[in-house]
Design a protein around this ligand. Sequence first.
Ligand SMILES: Cc1ncc(COP(=O)(O)O)c(C=O)c1O
Length: 450
Amino acid sequence: MHDDRSRELYDRALSVMPGGVNSAVRAAIEPYPFFVQKGDGGHVIDADGNRLVDWVMGLGPLLLGHDLPESVQAAVQRHASQGPMYGTPTEVEVDLAEFVVRHVPSVEKIRFVNSGTEATVSAVRLARGTTGRNKIVIMQGGYHGAQESTLVEGDAEHPAPSSAGIPQSFAEHTLPVPFNDEDAMRTVFDEHGDDIAGILVEPILANYGIVHPDEGYLECLREITTEHDALLMFDEVITGFRVGGLGCAQQHFGITPDITTFGKIIGGGFPVGAIGGRAELIEQFAPTGEVFQAGTFSGHPVTMAAGLETLTFAAENDVYDHVNTLGERLQSGLTDILEDQAPAYTVVGSDSMFKVIFTRDGPSSQALEDGQPCSNGCRQRADCPRYGTCPKNAGDVMDAETERWRRIFWGKMREQGVFLSQNQFESQFVSYSHTEEDVEETLEAYKHAL
Ligand SMILES: Cc1ncc(COP(=O)(O)O)c(C=O)c1O
């Protein structure tokens, strides 16, 4: 596989951009990332003409893949050619807002912004502004974008900034706890309950290898926040319109959060974020409320049109059936391959997200009494024979063989024409453009690379 052109481009990029990239994770590929020339269905074609099956899909936004249906293309082109934006409202913003309110159970009103990060920044400000409290609870290892209130590591007793440039005095208002640990959550609320504005959590950790909530965990979060008059904020930047179809993960789990953040799919592949929730909460944003929030590009007509037409297409076609069926086939095919070749690893996934976690510790399923593998990936079921060894929080995923994944495995997949996400933690996504052949080709490549 030639990559001279990518090498040349990266050489130029290194001279003018930090690490040669505009988002840190893109530089994770060694010795240098490949540059993409264009997309084609479920594939990308790189700058050297190599064609790869693409399971990264822009890190999640491309539910329909690279071949946008005619209706999406036409709407994007129409809005771009009519003068891209105006600084005053347009009808398409109202249309997309109405669509989301109609489909997502907890959303009565919504504010659109330009990225998932902006959505979580605004959600946290809204939670603090409406409750008059300072502290936010997050999950250790969870990711909510490049923002001051959530780039915090450590534990609830010793929170510390996880990036330079964030004062310790900011980090002290963030309380990281382990995902799936009800006792830790109750302890934090016992100690700080009167000053906790809310919990910010992904309903499935989709940024840390894909970790499911234990049965009853999300219910417990709903109960504790209600008891303490704190807000439950679901970060559905990844899971929104991916897990649970148009009703999102909150409908899938039957839990109603107070606030939901969106990004990725809701903008149909263009820069987007959104904060939705109960009307009386969302109305606390300016101009109706006291919590300031604004943006030059917010509700950009091209983005709104792409989001609306993408979701409308998904509502009117077999999009979720297609992506979820292929997602299931990938998960079950990978489970079979691991059973033969790497029984200590774990297949994780939900709906159209999938990943193999290189967990090394604990018994393989062959060593367990009934010798049964986890069917269709790790579901965190207490009756599963491997329950004790599957990843239950970000720490477990951190303990996986991340270097082996990156150095030994990823390149071998690329050599075989398969593009997987850049590190062990980011999820992989099926799109409507993927085919059964793409799945079979990918499974074959896993067989050789594992
Ligand atoms: C769960 C979650 N929240 C927030 C963000 C931040 O979104 P963005 O990269 O659009 O700022 C991400 C990004 O991957 C995410 O996965």
